[in-house]
Design a protein around this ligand. Sequence first.
Ligand SMILES: Cc1ncc(COP(=O)(O)O)c(C=O)c1O
Length: 441
Amino acid sequence: MPDSGYTSVSLDAFWVPYTSNRLFKRDPRIIVGADGCHYITADGRRVYDALSGLWCCGFGHNRPEIAAAVSRQLETLDYSPAFQFAHPQAFELAERVAGLLPNPLDRVFFTNSGSESVETALKIAKAYWRLRGRPEKSLLVGRVRGYHGANFGGTSVGGIETNRTPFGDLAVAEHLPTTLLPENAFSRGLPPKGIELADELESIVERHGANRIAAVIVEPMSGSGGVVVPPAGYLKRLRELCTAHDILLIFDEVITGFGRTGKPFGIDTFGAVPDLLCIAKALTNGTVPMGAVIADRAIYQAFLDSNLPDYVPELTHGYTYSGHPVACAAALAAIDIFERDGIADRAAELAPVFEDALHALRGTKHITDIRNCGLAGALQIDPLPDEPLRRPFEIGIKCWQRGVYVRWAGDTIQLGPPLVSRPADLEDACNILLDVISTVE
Ligand SMILES: Cc1ncc(COP(=O)(O)O)c(C=O)c1O
């Protein structure tokens, strides 16, 4: 029984994030290895990774090309200062990332996570309007049920109440309504109703004035909020409104980037292009922490055109590990895989299999909605009256025990399988879900 020595260490010191530590320390779920689309547990079981880690390892685990690139990089240049100096791989990676996106999204600012990408995009948006002589344009607009990471700005524009309330006052932000509508329940792919929800931006504009709003941030399709797929036409409408009111549009593609929706990016699937785009997770296939914000060239140019002496940085923002050489090596190898193996096309081919398997669960008790897009899917679970989080938790734990890792969050069960899964993996996972949900009270 492989346990990689974990039974010999105390579990006390490690404060496990986004986790009930009370329960976890009593009954830990320890992963000691991975192989393709599966995890290996400390008690020697193979568990299908139906969430690609945390939506990040979509190209499968332990890719030797990435391991070799990281190892080579560690032996050549393990670190180089991120401010005032740079190394070649950062330029190469920025070119490769920009090459995946439509013009004029082609200026790349590196971060270390999705949360940092969001903070960076929000700060760029606010600084941009100040540079343009419009400092009053500073209000940020998020969306109910949106998730933009765990940092302060991202939590403020985020719209998941349980992530916000423990922290009291956050940064001032407005929120668009969620696009989750009961009349769209059990839609396959993009739900037909709800394009008019984008017009709620007009109400926010009426209340505050467009001259006070810096940016709107949304996930093209939110994953952590429970796979909320945008209604047909919604994102294009939001784009039109932002353009009409001179408000920057930020897409948080931390989950939707790199093939998850069946095309390279959400912008390809949903047909709207933002001014700033956040990525992370699959940029390195989850191997080394890294994120990025890709800015419209005109935004970058506005910073370069500022009236500062040449020796003063145009944007006083960045991280010690921005564009870390090892992360760049991992990302370059991951993008090679993404392109060479046609990962987005593979996701598109698997998507109908996944959709059919998931929607076959319709009619199972407790399931009040099923949503999917590409290789992302969620089951909405009828909450117990006084314990709304209990059923998803019990379903998730039982799935884990039965050999399938899914995410339980809020009132949903979420799936984001590896984009290199076999059709049978997807069908087996849904069959296990069916068995498990049928036994939960
Ligand atoms: C849309 C979105 N933005 C941001 C984040 C935060 O990313 P990270 O956990 O890498 O900071 C996530 C994480 O799930 C996400 O789904």
